[in-house]
Design a binder for this molecule. Structure first.
Ligand code: IPE
Ligand code: IPE
Ligand code: MG
Length: 245
């Protein structure tokens, strides 16, 4: 039986967040340039988005470009930006066909103008969709997001817009992810076992999954296998097993 068939329909996670890692090493292993890996990574993005639609997932967040990735060689950054420009518009009809809504978290203003414009168009053209919400984390890092939130909270307290009573909810409301539930699953491909500044606040109670498979090789069945594994785990949120029964 395929992993897809083993998924229990009544216990589908609401939100899956993914660190799409391993493009560069995947390419190098075959003697190609890192950009060849990013290029092939696009195919996996398409596959996993489709897989998410097929099981009725509500939210999928993909870590696409981190704040720290701006420190990469200029040529690689330019290549990644070019891929974004070429593919955002190209994918829009598929998003429309599949009822997918595109959203972005991160510092969009830091993206090149043409990328920001294509993103804004795609967001506007898919905003009414009610199926999967696909969230691209672009020029995103958790620490950047938290610093921004703290600054905004400080300003809003100073101007009297909000009270001085700061709760967990206040902080959540000032993060880029304010409109989305916390991820139930956090998956990282590519063999590294770290978070790399991704959703630090939001992943407080996410189930973590790591695989050695490089992102361009990651398949729908690999994705479904992790969901099957997720459904076997007991999420206790600090309680005892008995309390959950
Ligand atoms: C992830 O793959 C994609 C981005 C960070 C943009 P990498 O480019 O980090 O690939 P590796 O980890 O070097 O193999
Ligand atoms: C994390 O991958 C960022 C993205 C996948 C977009 P990196 O390859 O940049 O992370 P590190 O440098 O290995 O921690
Ligand atoms: Mg990497």
């Amino acid at each position: 039986m395929s992993f897809k068939e083993q998924i229990q329909k009544e216990n589908i996670p609401q939100h899956i967040a993914m660190v799409m890692d391993g493009n560069g090493r995947w390419a190098k292993l075959q003697g190609f340039d890192r950009l060849f890996g990013h290029n092939n990574g696009i195919g996996t993005v398409r596959q996993i988005t489709e897989a998410a639609v097929e099981i009725g997932l509500k939210y999928l967040t993909l870590y696409t470009f981190s704040t720290e990735n701006w420190n990469r060689p200029e040529r690689e950054i330019a290549g990644i930006m070019k891929l974004l420009v070429e593919n955002i518009e190209k994918e829009t009809p598929t998003f429309i066909k599949n009822n997918v809504r595109l959203q972005v978290i991160g510092d969009i203003e830091r993206m090149p103008k043409d990328v920001a414009e294509k993103l804004k168009n795609c967001i506007a053209n898919t905003s009414a969709h009610t199926g999967l919400t696909l969230i691209l984390a672009l020029s995103y890092s958790s620490k950047w997001e938290i610093v921004k939130a703290v600054k905004n909270i400080f300003n809003d307290v100073k101007s009297g817009k909000i009270s001085e009573e700061i709760t967990e909810q206040t902080i959540s409301d000032y993060l880029e992810t304010k409109d989305f539930p916390n991820p139930d699953m956090l998956i990282r491909t590519g063999g590294e076992v770290r978070i790399s500044n991704f959703l630090l606040w939001q992943a407080a109670y996410s189930e973590l999954f790591f695989t050695d498979i490089y992102w361009p090789d990651f398949t729908k069945e690999n994705f479904y296998e992790m969901i099957v594994e997720y459904q076997k785990r007991e999420r206790r949120f600090g309680k005892t097993s008995e309390q959950l029964k």
